[in-house]
Design a protein around this ligand. Structure first.
Ligand SMILES: Cc1cc2nc3c(=O)[nH]c(=O)nc-3n(C[C@H](O)[C@H](O)[C@H](O)COP(=O)(O)OP(=O)(O)OC[C@H]3O[C@@H](n4cnc5c(N)ncnc54)[C@H](O)[C@@H]3O)c2cc1C
Length: 505
């Protein structure tokens, strides 16, 4: 006879463990499974928040800020494509800005648009296309909110511009007190330079006044390049290009990150045009193919072959207008596996160091057997206006799309090789993009973003009670500041010791 020797209480303990496991699994794998769970697109940062508020009017934001109980925090959320705990904080009030999305005005003469911050670039494209206008700087895709884009100080594919801050005239924000103010290069400039690129830690961006350009017809041309000469050659022609990117082979083997193609778009002389904006097609087909490439070498070969023989075929000239060229397919990337996920990373390297850097970069990816799904390179003009600026020189941006497991071991391995990649970038005078996973160390963060101290001084001025808080903030900015301020004076009242002093290390 087999006896069950466990006590009823042990049985209950096991059941509780099982229920806890189920609840955690649910929490982890669904972006909004529970009403109070909030997560980003990578699904690696689930958090139980206090409340999720769908903002539809300015007064929603002001009322919350004016009545927020002491000890409560606010985290601001756009379309949730940042991936490093920027939009989550335990027990916080989440301001979901996605329905705060009106286009307030468009001036065709001045080529300027004023929008509420929940508007996406897709909405803006639709609104300005029939006026023959187009966005100057946005991401490669149009799915992101303007608020999220400003808070990350994003950059795009037009090599004549640096990050988006260059195209912003002013922003209207709600401060932590609930007061509404305008910030620009002339008025409250410290707030302007901290809120843009400030990851929602200074104020709620309500509206933005953004410069537009003409929607012109472009000639598209793809050519194979020698990656060793790429950065140098690009310096000469960057100003003549309207859009530019490079793709390199992600198929393991002798051509891995060696076989590269530059796709350039040049403006054709003529008037601005109204384009046909067609919704994304073949999503299911592209999704299936992309999934195969996650899982196998054969899938990668098939995708790369399609890429260079169909999508961006070398030495084949074609014509496209700026607006359609700035809405490439992206929906096929949506992925919901419970075992693995896709993450993005981006490294910015000064032009003169890029060639040397790229050899070592390739070697590190090979050494760690990283499941690379794509790489694109872009040109980014210097702009250091934002306190947390990454475009500190004229840079080449290397954007990598990578698949990783969601288990503890895979994540810790990804963290390890990411730190090596960040070190490599820092050794070459570069840095990395803050909008992705919190894998880099605090020391690496401080090296890459020396403006963090000045940023914290502005944070202390406008949000001394740390109403705006996030996992990202705690891990990097807050911890750096606490360490720093303890060196120069004791932390007061258990807070972070504002106002800050500029003395010290
Ligand atoms: C597939 C993919 C492609 C990408 N391509 C590019 C690219 O080409 N170029 C590039 O530069 N980046 C790129 N990114 C990164 C992306 O631009 C940033 O993560 C951006 O922040 C996403 O915008 P969002 O609306 O999803 O913002 P969210 O992720 O929702 O928020 C990002 C940050 O903005 C803050 N925020 C949001 N709204 C407001 C507001 N109204 N006021 C104040 N703060 C606010 C949040 O608190 C958070 O800190 C890409 C990301 C993905 C996943």
């Amino acid at each position: 006879m087999i006896c069950d020797t466990s006590s009823p209480l042990e049985g209950l303990g096991k059941k509780m463990k099982y229920i806890k496991y189920l609840a955690l699994t649910f929490l982890l794998f669904s972006p909004t499974a529970l009403s109070n769970t909030w997560n980003d697109i990578s699904r690696l940062n689930p958090e139980l928040v206090g409340e999720i508020v769908q903002v539809t009017d300015e007064s929603d934001v002001v009322n919350i800020l004016k009545t927020i109980p002491s000890g409560k925090h606010i985290v601001i959320s756009g379309t949730r494509h940042s991936q490093g705990g920027h939009i989550v904080y335990p027990d916080a009030i989440v301001l979901d800005m996605t329905k705060f999305n009106k286009i307030k005005s468009i001036s065709v003469e001045e080529k300027v648009i004023i929008v509420q911050s929940g508007v996406t670039w897709g909405q803006i494209q639709t609104a300005v296309n029939h006026l023959g206008l187009s966005v100057k700087v946005m991401q490669s895709s149009n799915i992101f909110s303007v608020g999220g884009s400003l808070a990350a100080n994003i950059h795009g594919r037009d090599p004549r511009f640096g990050p988006i801050i260059e195209t912003v005239r002013s922003i209207k924000v709600a401060l932590s007190t609930g007061e509404i103010v305008t910030a620009s290069r002339k008025k409250n400039s410290d707030l302007f330079f901290a809120a843009i690129g400030g990851y929602g830690l200074l104020a709620v961006i309500l509206e933005a006044e953004i410069e537009l350009t003409e929607n012109l017809s472009l000639i598209k041309n793809t050519k194979q390049i020698n990656i060793k000469n790429y950065a140098k050659a690009l310096t000469k022609e960057a100003n003549e290009l309207a859009l530019h990117y490079v793709r390199c082979s992600f198929v393991k083997g002798k051509n891995y990150l060696r076989e590269c193609y530059a796709t350039n778009f040049k403006e054709i002389d003529g008037d601005s045009v109204v384009s046909k904006l067609i919704p994304e097609k073949h999503v299911k087909r592209n999704k299936t193919l992309f999934d195969l490439s996650r899982k196998s070498q054969l899938g990668k070969e098939a995708r790369w072959s399609l890429q260079k023989n169909l999508l961006d075929k070398p030495d084949k000239q074609s014509f496209i207008d700026r607006n359609p060229a700035m809405q490439p397919p992206v929906k096929f990337l949506n992925y919901n596996s419970t075992k693995d996920t896709d993450i993005l990373q981006e490294y910015f390297i000064p032009l003169e160091n890029f060639s040397k850097y790229f050899d070592s970069f390739r070697q590190l990816l090979v050494k760690h057997d990283v499941n690379l799904l794509s790489i694109t390179l872009r040109y980014l003009k210097e702009n250091s206006e934002s306190y947390l600026s990454y475009s500190t020189n004229d840079m080449i941006a290397a954007v990598v799309y990578i698949n990783i497991g969601m288990d503890k071991q895979s994540i810790s391995s990804a963290q390890k090789w990411t730190r090596e990649l960040v070190d490599l970038s820092l050794e070459h005078g570069g840095n990395y993009y803050l909008t992705y996973q919190r894998f880099p160390t605090v020391v690496q963060f401080k090296k890459a973003y020396p403006g963090w101290k000045d940023f914290m001084i502005v944070k202390c001025k406008y949000d001394p009670k740390e109403i705006f808080r996030s996992r990202f903030y705690d891990q990097y900015l807050r911890s750096s500041y606490l360490q720093h301020s303890q060196k120069i004076k004791p932390v007061v009242n258990g807070g972070i010791g504002c106002p800050a002093s500029q003395e010290g290390d």
